[in-house]
Structures are given as C-alpha cells and as structure tokens.
Design a binder for this molecule. Structure first.
Ligand SMILES: *Cc1c(COP(=O)(O)O)cnc(C)c1O
Length: 393
C-alpha cells in the first residue's frame, strides 16, 4: 500500500512579515538531527547550554530562565499564570494587539485588571500609566516592549520607575525584541520577560523563552494556591530544568536543537552588532519607502527596528497588494491588526532576514505589485518611485 498523499514541499517564500521569519540553513539542519531521549545525558548538556545562552541573550543572570514548550503566547500565559493569583491587581499598558491579549490572559487568570491605553502607533504615556498605578496599587504592571502590531518600541525605564514607586513587578513582552535588540533584562531590571523563537531568533515557532528575576521567583514560591495551569507551572518546570531533572513533560527535543543553534548564531554575531544591523536595515527600508512616497505609521524616535508599519495609501486595497506580492514574487508581508486592519502593511526584517537584499526585495515587490494593480492614487506613487533616489544610510 502506498499513501495517496505526497510529501509536503513548502513553496519558496521570502518571509518579511511579522513572523515567522526566515530560518537559516544551520538551524534547519540542527532541527533535522536524530531525536534522542529527553533525559539522555547529552540532551541534558544541550539543555544547560541553551539556558546559559538564553541568559546571555536576555542580558540576565536569572536562575529561572527556560524555554517553555509552546509559542510566544505560551510565554505570555506562563508569565501571568505563575505570578498572578485570583483577585490580584494587574495593570496592563496597551499600545497594540499584544497588550490587549495580555490583559485578556490576566482576566482569565482571575486578576482584577485595569488598562491604560495609547493610540496605536504611539508608545504608552508614562504619566497616565503612573497616575493609574498610584490610584490602583497593582501587584504587577505588564507592557509590550516591542509591539509587533504597530511597530512601536517602548522605553522600559519609565515603566520600571513606576513599578518601583508602587512596589509592582514589571512584566515585559519581548517576543519581537529578543535576538534583535539588546534587551538588558537585569540592567532595567525587568522581573519577568518572555519571548518566542519565530521572530528575531530566526527559529521556527514552538518555544517561548521565559525569565524570572529572583524577586519574581520568590512571588511564585510564596503563592497561596497552586498555579492554575499544570502544564505551564514553573514550580514544576524548574525542577525538570534544574538539578533534579524531575520528569514533567517531554521536552520538544528537536525544537531545542534548533533553539540551541539559533542562540549560538545570535551570540556569535554579538548582541551589539546584531542590534546595529537591525537598526541599519530598518533605516534603509524607511528611506526606501519614504523615497517612494509612502508614510510610516510611527514617529522615527519610537520605531521598532525589526518591524516597520507603512500606511496604505488611500484607495489601495492592501490585501490585493499582499496577495500579488505573494503570488508573483513569493514575498510575504503582514497586514494590519485590530484598528489598523486595512490601514497599514507590516514589514518585518527580523534576525537572519535583516539584510540589505531583503530591503531591495520587499521595496521592489511592493512597488511592482502596486504598479500591476494600477489606477488612481497608486499612479502617483509609481511616478514618485520612478524618480526615486538610491537609498542608503
Ligand atoms: C508574535 C507575538 C506574540 C505571540 O507569539 P505567538 O508565537 O504567535 O504565540 C506575542 N507578543 C508579541 C509582541 C508578538 O509579536
């Protein structure tokens, strides 16, 4: 008997959206290595090395630093369910989709949640956040460091100052900053941070690095009730990743081979060089798009280098443009989410994919797709594009 099904062959794509991002060959090769046992001494060695590298990437010495089995959202859920008990006060700063999700996760964990909102495309207003924090007295303040839905990078220092003033823990979503920018968890310091493998770490989706400061770990240990999620319970998972190696769940072995290799590549390049590369190619992209007549959503000082949001010109069907880019050029970019749906494109230049060739590819595919669709205001853009000056930084 032979199956009626053929092996799946993914099409050739250039992934320049909000994630997943392109995975380099060395990481793909690592993923394909033979699976070994999850308690094999050699696998335990890989676990230890992976944790050591994760600490470096996060800029921390936190003992409790582990990759959770799940995507970035599992990291978010881990942070909340381990530190929040029913009835706890949680203040979430919302400047995009992922802040909305964080507030929802906190509500489902039984927290009393208050929200401070910013217009999408702008960072949180620290004065508003402080006012609310002083009035509310939260146990934890959660914010998104790199808001992938809007392309805003948030300065965490003022949020830390507010946390210190009211005695709250600081939770930061670093899904799109870890591996792309120096996140400096200990220098800020952040009490609990999480990330995902599929953005600037250039690994497939499937793991969620999480780190807890000693203070956050003490809050976990002092809980009155057990963590509501057995699967995400860090008090159990830290035993598996710690000296005692107590079985909790089977680690996704090959995913961890991939993360180990991806982190090795990040640290080989160096965090400083890596941030500089992301900043340089993001500036090239901005220059190229602006030369074509596009407007960017975010003011230059608040832009998130790995993710650029471009305003869709009036009269342009943004989904058609994305479809043309994918069908004709194999280039994937993202559309807007929530209130930005139909209004922006999201272009990711993340990790391995943050290079000048991809700037040329995405700018070229975008302008050619607009030209192919033709008409109205698009024509003005095309005219501007033909007169476009070379873009470099
Ligand atoms: C992608 C992303 C997430 C969610 O990660 P998944 O891997 O999709 O679960 C959370 N926060 C931010 C800022 C993200 O960009």
């Amino acid at each position: 008997m032979t199956s009626a099904f053929q092996p799946f062959q993914p099409p050739r794509r250039v992934l320049l959206g909000p994630g997943p991002s392109e995975v380099p060959p060395l990481v793909l090769q690592a993923l394909a290595r033979p699976t070994i046992g999850h308690l094999d001494p050699e696998f335990l060695r890989l676990m230890d090395e992976t944790r050591a590298m994760l600490r470096q990437a996060f800029g921390t010495t936190n003992a409790l630093t582990v990759p959770m089995s799940g995507t970035g959202s599992a990291g978010m859920e881990t942070a909340i369910v381990n530190l929040v008990e029913p009835g706890d006060k949680v203040l979430i700063g919302i400047h995009g989709v992922f802040g909305v999700r964080m507030a929802e996760v906190a509500r489902r964990a039984g927290a009393e949640v208050r929200e401070v909102k910013a217009a999408w495309g702008t960072p949180l207003d620290a004065d508003l956040l402080r006012k609310e924090a002083l009035d509310f007295g939260p146990k934890l303040i959660g914010v998104v460091h790199a808001e992938t839905s809007t392309g805003v990078l948030l300065d965490l220092a003022p949020v830390r100052a507010i946390c210190d003033e009211v005695g709250a823990l600081l939770l930061a979503d670093m899904v799109t900053s870890l591996g792309g920018l120096e996140v400096r968890v200990d220098a800020i310091p952040v009490d609990v941070a999480y990330s995902g493998t599929q953005k600037c770490l250039s690994c497939p989706p499937g793991l969620a690095p999480v780190t807890l400061s000693p203070r956050a770990e003490a809050v976990l240990v002092a809980r009155k009730r057990p963590v509501q999620s057995w699967y995400l319970d860090l008090s159990l998972i830290r035993e598996y990743w710690g000296e005692s190696r107590v079985y909790h769940h089977t680690a996704p072995i090959n995913q961890l081979y991939g993360l180990h290799e991806a982190l090795r590549l990040v640290l080989d390049e160096g965090l400083v060089a890596r941030e500089a590369r992301h900043r340089k190619v993001a500036a090239m992209l901005a220059a190229g798009l602006e030369a074509m007549g596009f407007e960017l959503l975010v003011a230059p000082e608040h832009r998130l280098p790995p993710l650029t949001t471009v305003k869709v010109p009036d009269g342009v069907d943004e989904a058609k443009v994305r479809k043309t880019m994918l069908d004709h050029y194999g280039v994937e970019i993202g559309g807007g989410l929530g209130p930005l749906k139909g209004k922006v494109w999201r272009i990711g230049l993340m990790g391995h994919a943050a290079n000048a060739s991809n700037v040329a590819i995405v700018v070229g595919a975008l302008s050619a797709s607009l030209r192919a669709l033709g008409g109205g205001p698009v024509c003005d853009l095309i005219k501007a594009h033909t007169a476009m000056a070379p873009f470099t930084t």
